[in-house]
Design a protein around this ligand. Sequence first.
Ligand SMILES: [Zn+2]
Ligand SMILES: [Zn+2]
Length: 202
Amino acid sequence: MIIPQNILDREDYKACADFHGHICMGLTLGYMAAKLGLRHLAEKRAVDEELICIAETDACGCDAIQVLTGCTFGKGNFIYHDIGKMAFTFASRTTGEGVRLAMKPNVMTLPTEEQELMEKIRSGDASKEDIQKYEALHETRSQALFAGAPDAFFSVEEVTIRLPQKARMAPSKLCDKCGEPVMQTKLHAAGDKQFCRDCFDG
Ligand SMILES: [Zn+2]
Ligand SMILES: [Zn+2]
């Protein structure tokens, strides 16, 4: 996919790339999902925990989501649900509304002609014309997709989810084995002693 210059030039896209460290298609997908999610919920970036995001992937896109939506790992309103799909659920604590965005299958799947040309190029059998044709197809497909951005990338489904509790802070106590401070609610009791999970598991 060819990311158009007008997207690369956007300040908010640059902020995502700075945070992530490089520019890639995965980051761009997260950027589109964040835009679409915020638009559907009519929300702005979460200063605190007004929004939550449930990410079904742990790939590059998650970094753009954190930058743009304010749903972050550190605040506890970015939740990883290990499914392996490029899908994100956004929900607002203010309105109780939620949307699940799932990447449309055609975003990553190549049409047959493009696929065949790509395989030919990979195997070294492609002629100059094949390469030109492949590049033209690739460019046309990228342009069409980005022309319809962000909607062209994800399907949107309204959902109601049970919102997770807000992040809780608890005082720390010392683990009876390693002596390090541990959030009290994370301690494991054994007899009259309390251990951090690593010490508890041995
Ligand atoms: Zn990346
Ligand atoms: Zn310990």
